[in-house]
Structure formats: C-alpha cells, structure tokens
Design a protein around this ligand. Structure first.
Ligand code: P6P
Length: 339
C-alpha cells in the first residue's frame, strides 16, 4: 500500500516546484482545505437538520440553523482570513466583493472567487454538491484598496483552481497549472489524502451531460449535436450539480453542456467562479472548454463579477465534435479551443 500523502504535505512539496513561491499560495490552499472539512461535516448531517430543527429555526443545541450554502460561504470567508494571503473574495452568495482585513505583517497578494455550495438544491434530496474555487493574483498597486474590477481577469490568469465534491466520499481536486491531483478525505484521520495523482481526462467518453428538458429551447445547432450524441448511443447523465457532472467526465470521459436558452440567453453558469475554475482544471487534465460561440472559456473577457456564460467542457475529441456541429449548422466562425 502506498504511503499516505496528505494534502498539506503535497502542497508543501509542490511549493518547491515554484521558484518564486514563498508559501503564500500554499497557505491559501491549506485554508481552503480546512474550510472544505468544516463544510463537509455540515453537509453530511444535512439530512438530520429536520430532526435538529428546520432552517431558520434554532436547533436542539440552540444554534440557528442556516441554509447550507450561506453556512459554506461564511466558513470559506472565515478560513481565508487565517493566512492573511487573501485580499478579497468574490462569491456567488455576495452581490459585491468581500474585503478581508489585512494582517499587519502581510501584504495580501491574492483574490479568491468561489461558489461555496454549487448545486445546493440537491442537498434536500441527498444528492452530491460541490464547492468551486479559483485563485487570482492581484494586479496593480497592492497598496490600493481592492475593487470588483480587480476580479475582472480572464480565466487564463488563474493561479490555481479546484473543487470539492461532497459525494459518496469527499474529494478535493485542484491544479496550480502543473497538472491535476485529487485528494479523498479520510474521516478517520480528518485529512485529505492523495488518491488520484495526475488526473488525465479520456480523449473520448460515452457520456453527455445536459438538461435534456431544455432541448426545444436550445439553438438548432445544439439540438443537432445532442441528436448526434443520442445517435452515437452516448449515455445521458445529468445530476444538476456542475461539479458532480464534470467530476464524472474527468474520469470516464464525456462532455458537459450548458447552452443558451430563452431563460438564460447568455447561459446560466457564472464565468468567474464556475466556468473559469472548472475549465482550468479540465484543460490541465488534457480536456477542452469553449462557450457556445466556440470561444475558449479561459480566453473570455470578464466585464462583471457575476457574468454568465454558456459552456461545453470535457473530453477534447468530443468538444471538437460539438464545435464541428455548431460550425456546420450555424454561421458562427470558430474561435478554436486551446490547441
Ligand atoms: P438546471 C446548480 O444550480 C447549477 O448552478 C450547476 O451546478 C448545474 O450544472 C446547473 O446549475 C443546473 O441548472 O437549469 O439544469 O437546473
């Protein structure tokens, strides 16, 4: 049996790969790991909330029962204050950015964007949910106060990205731009342990992941591609949690699609803290990620904090197929994904 390598140990060992690294990113990633353990504890007993007291009430121990995504948001913010490396946060749960108090001896160089509990409506029916995070470096003068504009960076500027999947087991998957590694939480020792080294996404797969219920609301070119998936006997798997659906694709191959619909003409998912981090992870594992205008997600200009985007992400050969269909059935000229 391989020696146990904990997330902390792995992060510190990898820090040596970065000549300029001074441990700041290491501290940030470790803060996120701590928050993930705390969130995991609450997610795992969510089903008990109804025994302990419904949300909005106080439970048997007198604590106010919170919606879990608010709880997750607060825990991530709390933990990210620890290291003093994070200057500000952008969260799906907060309309504006959240400035973090500085620590005397520190000059916080990083910004963290996250969706604290993606797919949280699945909680009530005991289906997996996830946390998505992306870490950017502050540009410009560190002495200036952070504004929302500091977050308006392309996904290619991400220094690190990751997700935590609270499923049959809890796994943290992250990249700092040198490959993708997965760590499974061992509750018996309270540590994330290296379980999936150097993840590589299959070139192709037999799964496609899209909300088929919107089929008639998709553009004709997307409907033609979905018909092709069905003709190829690909299996439809759609959990309603982006992290869960993409995690399957990371290991079994496939393509995840959230195209534009009448309700979401720009797409539903958020570029800053959903599409960009997940796209960095997939690309680092050898996959591709484009929007339905065939532009590479990580090249997409960000104009506002909660900007939405369409997305087609997953096995490179399957994203290429989708691009071909869209080109063939529409007048869109390709902005080819990363070669
Ligand atoms: P729909 C969850 O609400 C989420 O943001 C993603 O995790 C998921 O992929 C998508 O929305 C599901 O949206 O419209 O299919 O229910």
């Amino acid at each position: 049996m391989d020696r146990i390598i904990t997330l902390d140990e792995f992060i510190i060992k990898r820090q040596r790969d970065f000549p300029y690294a001074t441990g700041e990113l290491t501290s940030l990633l470790r803060d996120i790991g701590v928050a993930a353990k705390i969130i995991n504890r609450e997610v795992n007993k969510a089903g008990l909330v109804n025994i302990l007291g419904v949300e909005g009430s106080s439970n048997v121990s007198g604590d106010d029962v919170q919606k879990l995504d608010i709880y997750a948001n607060e825990k991530l913010i709390e933990c990210l204050k620890n290291s003093g490396e994070c200057a500000a946060i952008a969260s799906e749960e907060d309309q504006d950015i959240v400035l973090l108090p500085g620590i005397e001896s520190k000059e916080a160089k990083y910004l963290v964007a996250f969706d604290p509990l993606d797919g949280s409506s699945n909680i009530d029916v005991n289906v997996s949910v996830g946390t998505i995070f992306g870490i950017y470096r502050r540009q410009g003068d560190l002495n200036e106060e952070v504004t929302a504009d500091d977050f308006l960076q392309k996904g290619d500027a991400l220094v690190a990205a990751g997700y935590v999947l609270y499923g049959t087991s809890t796994i943290l998957v992250y990249t700092t731009g040198r490959g993708v590694n997965g760590f499974t939480l061992d509750p018996s020792i309270g540590e994330f342990c290296l379980s999936h080294r150097d993840i590589k996404i299959p070139e192709r797969g037999n799964y496609y992941s899209v909300n088929q219920g919107y089929y008639l609301k998709f553009d004709v070119e997307m409907r033609r591609y979905i018909d092709y998936c069905s003709d190829m006997n690909y299996r439809l798997r759609y959990i309603g949690s982006m992290v869960s659906d993409i995690h399957r694709i990371m290991f079994q191959g496939g393509i995840f699609l959230y195209p534009n619909t009448r309700k979401f003409p720009q797409g539903k998912l958020r570029l800053l803290y959903e599409c960009n981090p997940m796209s960095m992870i997939v690309e680092q594992a050898g996959g591709k990620s484009v929007n339905c205008q065939l532009q590479r997600i990580l090249d997409t200009e960000l104009h506002e904090l909660h900007q939405r985007s369409t997305i087609a992400v997953g096995s490179p050969a399957m994203v290429d197929d989708m691009v071909e269909f869209v080109q063939k059935y529409s007048a869109i000229t390709a902005h080819p994904g990363k070669n």
